[in-house]
Design a protein around this ligand. Structure first.
Ligand SMILES: [Zn+2]
Length: 278
């Protein structure tokens, strides 16, 4: 199933505009740019694994009148394809169109976990809102300008927190933080999960265990709602302290994109700090 070739005529005289996004951080960016002019629905259920998510029937009701759906794309939210037929008026947009993608065999879809990529997402969102609602072009563009300034401040703040850890190596359970690491000069040595949403392979864990010892790594970055028993055992055997990152946000104190990145930066800073003390 592919997106409708030609989106239906969109009524722009009615506000708020109905917009949807598959994940929280992108939905927040749409809210920041659209303000009162948009109503944003998040399609993924709270706490669900985005890589293996299957949409529930209530999603269909949510998208019936949606004009734009912002997806992550690159295999991340393919489950959305099943929703297209129920969103006859919707234009499907890949939020990160134009970002520089990291390829590790396949495209790493976690590009939103980067302040510089969030700039591109915000610009894309503004352009698409203007396209369907040109009457409010000035509002969208002003909000974009303000938001880009907020992102610049956030980037400076995160650099101030993390620049002293440049070159540090990290091991993660799930491979979601390569864009973040790239932005702040950190290195992801490897990840326990060889493919997204896949089982942890005993062979891979055995090899990884060697490189973790060699690199004298003493932290393992886990993720919210995702700690397979084999990963916990791996950490225990190698005496790794666990620190929990979050790729999706949406929880308390991580509702906005800015809060989500601040949270992850503070977890990484804490872990690397403690690791240096050893
Ligand atoms: Zn992920």
């Amino acid at each position: 199933m592919s997106p409708p070739a030609c989106a239906q005529e969109i009524k722009t005289d009615e506000h708020p505009l109905e917009i949807a996004a598959t994940i929280h951080p992108v939905a927040d960016i749409v809210r920041q740019i659209g303000g009162e002019l948009v109503h944003v629905t998040i399609l993924i259920s709270q706490g669900a694994n985005p890589h293996t998510f299957e949409f529930a029937p209530d999603v269909i009701k949510k998208v019936e009148h949606t004009q734009l759906i912002f997806r992550v794309g690159f295999g991340y939210d393919d489950w959305l394809e099943g929703v297209y037929d129920f969103a006859p008026a919707a234009k499907i947009i890949t939020a990160g169109e134009g970002v520089e993608l990291i390829k590790t065999g396949t495209v790493d879809p976690h590009y939103w976990l980067s302040v510089s990529n969030a700039r591109t997402i915000a610009q894309n969102v503004a352009a698409h809102l203007v396209q369907i609602d040109s009457k409010h072009q000035t509002e969208y563009e002003n909000r974009l300008k303000q938001y880009l300034e907020i992102l610049n401040q956030l980037d400076l703040e995160l650099h101030a927190q993390l620049d002293s850890f440049k070159g540090n190596r990290m091991v993660t359970i799930h491979d979601a933080f390569r864009y973040f690491a790239r932005d702040y000069g950190l290195t992801i040595l490897d990840s326990l999960e060889p493919s997204h949403g896949g089982e942890l392979s005993p062979n891979h864990l055995a090899n990884l265990s060697k490189s973790v010892k060699q690199a004298e790594i003493d932290a393992l970055f886990t993720q919210r709602n995702f700690l397979p028993q084999s990963a916990a055992t791996f950490a225990q055997d190698l005496n790794l302290k666990m620190y929990e990152l979050d790729e999706l946000g949406g929880g308390e104190g991580r509702e906005s994109f800015v809060e989500l990145l601040r949270y992850n930066a503070s977890v990484i800073k804490k872990a690397l700090n403690e690791s240096m003390k050893n």
